[in-house]
Design a protein. Structure first.
Length: 256
């Protein structure tokens, strides 16, 4: 994570919104999307609409259940096209189907300690997430397999009942605004990792550079991770920061 002036934040947000600057690539026939050349000729901001809005019918942030047994949360947002290219290029799952058009999805909300994190904790709650509860989360976590895994590995360590934990997941996601230029990406684009961080910071008052990390899988954007206190206020997280992507720029595969 890096520290930037307000002027740089606005410049980065504009730069991301203008990431049309690359040449359009041909549609890929293989698992990995192709990288396009970056240019600096066009800086006009794109007007982008969200395909998958997150419903607002969630608990108010100050009413979310407070977890126990850990220090803070990490909200992990996965750039779905990168995951699908490496794990389900044929689009067999609901997450990766051709008509899914998923950009950022919730990978998970992870209870974290200042050093390390708990996982697979003992709880009186069932391991299985009921279909009805899981399906209600598909607007942000479009996979029963993902939802079940996240509950067993991470949610079980929150000190919360299943329904309460997923209410906190929804509240954490609802609190965060995705920068407009990353809501829909219609072609492969290049973006500096620092600019991605700055765009999130500019879009979310109170978020600071020490509370966000951008990760990559090779040359591709993988995840954006945001750190929250248990009441879902933003907070610094040095250990998460240390796992940020070391690349100056990444390819953002398309999510039309």
């Amino acid at each position: 994570m890096r520290f930037f002036s307000a002027g740089l934040l606005l410049a980065a947000a504009a730069a991301l919104a203008a990431c049309d600057n690359g040449e359009q690539a041909k549609a890929p026939d293989q698992a990995r999307p192709h990288q396009t050349k970056a240019t600096t000729e066009q800086t006009q901001r794109e007007q982008i609409q969200t395909h998958k809005p997150v419903p607002s019918s969630i608990p108010a942030t100050n009413d979310v259940p407070l977890g126990t047994g850990f220090d803070y949360y990490v909200l992990s947002l996965s750039w779905s096209p990168t995951w699908c290219a490496g794990n389900d290029a044929a689009g067999r799952t609901e997450q990766c189907a051709a008509d899914a058009s998923n950009g950022f999805i919730v990978h998970g909300l992870w209870p974290q300690n200042e050093k390390g994190f708990p996982e697979y904790c003992q709880t009186r709650e069932p391991d299985r997430v009921p279909e009805r509860l899981g399906r209600s989360l598909f607007d942000m976590m479009p996979s029963m397999g993902l939802i079940g895994h996240q509950w067993r590995k991470h949610g079980s360590c929150s000190g919360l009942r299943q329904a309460a934990y997923f209410a906190v997941v929804r509240a954490a996601r609802q609190k965060l605004k995705i920068p407009p230029a990353l809501q829909t990406v219609d072609r492969p684009r290049q973006a500096e990792t620092g600019a991605i961080e700055m765009a999130f910071i500019a879009a979310n008052p109170g978020l600071r550079a020490n509370a966000i990390a951008v990760t990559c899988e090779g040359q591709y954007l993988e995840e954006v991770r945001i750190c929250y206190n248990k009441d879902l206020s933003f907070r610094p997280c040095p250990e998460v920061d240390a796992r940020s992507c070391r690349r100056k720029s990444v390819t953002v595969p398309p999510a039309p």
